[in-house]
Design a protein around this ligand. Structure first.
Ligand SMILES: CC(C)(COP(=O)(O)OP(=O)(O)OC[C@H]1O[C@@H](n2cnc3c(N)ncnc32)[C@H](O)[C@@H]1OP(=O)(O)O)[C@@H](O)C(=O)NCCC(=O)NCCS
Length: 224
C-alpha cells in the first residue's frame, strides 16, 4: 500500500484526509505543516509529524506520495512543486460522490470535494481545488493552482487561468463576450462570492456583484 502525507493541517486538511481515508490503495501516515504550533497536534487520528524539514526523512522511510491541502493558491502551487522536486508523487483526492467525465483531462494534486462535477472535454490543471458542489461544465479550461469555492458554476467553454480564486456560489457564464468567443477569468483574478461574471475578467482584478464589476487590481499573493 502506498504511503502518503498531507501537507497543510489547516481548514482543508480534514476534508482531504476524509476523502483519502476511503481509498484502499494508500495509507495517509500524517500531516506536515510549517506552523510550529501545529507540530504534534492530532486531527482525526492523524498526527502533524513536523514541518517541511521532515520530508526527506519521511521519503527515506517509504513515503512516496503527497498532496497539498492549503487554500492559498500560490503557496499550494509552490509546495506542490517542492514535493515533486523531492521525487514525491502528487496524488489526487477525489471524493467518491464527485463525478469527473471520462473525457475530462485532469492534472495532479487535485482536491475534488463531495458532489463536484467536471463535464465532457474539460481540462483541470495541477493543484486545482473544487469545493463541494462546484460545477465545471463542458469544454472548460481551468489552469494550475485555481480554487473554485463551494457551489461555483463554470458554464460551458469558459476559461479560468492559473491562480485565480472563484468565491462561493459565483457563476461564470459567457453571456456578453460575443458569439463563438470564450470568456476568460485572468491569472490570479479574484471573483467575489455570489458574483455573476458575464464578460472577461483581467488578470489580478478583483470583481464582485451581479453583473460582476472590477473593484480594484492587485496581486494578493494567492490569498483571499
Ligand atoms: C471579494 C472578496 C475577496 C473581497 O475582499 P476584500 O478585498 O477584503 O474587499 P473589500 O471587503 O474591501 O470589498 C470591496 C468592496 O466590494 C464589496 N464586496 C466585497 N465582497 C463582495 C461580494 N462577495 N459581493 C458583493 N460585493 C462585495 C464590499 O462591500 C466593498 O464595497 P464598498 O467599497 O462599496 O464598501 C470577499 O468579499 C469575498 O467575496 N470572498 C469570497 C470568500 C469565499 O467565497 N470563500 C469560500 C471559501 S470555500
Amino acid at each position: 500500500m502506498k504511503k502518503v502525507i498531507i501537507y497543510g493541517a489547516g481548514q482543508l486538511a480534514g476534508m482531504v484526509a476524509d476523502i483519502l481515508s476511503q481509498r484502499d490503495d494508500l495509507q495517509v501516515i500524517g500531516f506536515v505543516d510549517d506552523d510550529p504550533g501545529q507540530v504534534g497536534q492530532e486531527y482525526g487520528g492523524l498526527k502533524v509529524l513536523g514541518d517541511g524539514s521532515v520530508l526527506s526523512r519521511l521519503r527515506a522511510e517509504g513515503v512516496t506520495g503527497a498532496i497539498v491541502s492549503i487554500g492559498n493558491n500560490r503557496i499550494r502551487g509552490r509546495l506542490a512543486n517542492r514535493l515533486t522536486e523531492m521525487g514525491l508523487e502528487l496524488i489526487n483526492a477525489i471524493d467518491p460522490t464527485a463525478n469527473v467525465a471520462g473525457t475530462a483531462s485532469v492534472g495532479r494534486g487535485l482536491i475534488i470535494s463531495s458532489g463536484a462535477v467536471v463535464c465532457t472535454n474539460s481540462i483541470l490543471g495541477d493543484n486545482v481545488y473544487l469545493g463541494p458542489g462546484a460545477i465545471v461544465s463542458h469544454d472548460v479550461s481551468v489552469g494550475d493552482n485555481v480554487l473554485l469555492s463551494v457551489g461555483t458554476v463554470l458554464a460551458g467553454r469558459t476559461i479560468v487561468e492559473r491562480g485565480a480564486f472563484i468565491g462561493a456560489g459565483a457563476i461564470i457564464v459567457a453571456a456578453q463576450v460575443g458569439k463563438g468567443k470564450r470568456l476568460t477569468v485572468g491569472e490570479n483574478a479574484v471573483v467575489g462570492a455570489g458574483a455573476v461574471v458575464i464578460k472577461d475578467v483581467p488578470a489580478n482584478a478583483l470583481v464582485v456583484g451581479v453583473p460582476a464589476r472590477v473593484v480594484r487590481y492587485g496581486d494578493r499573493g494567492g490569498a483571499v
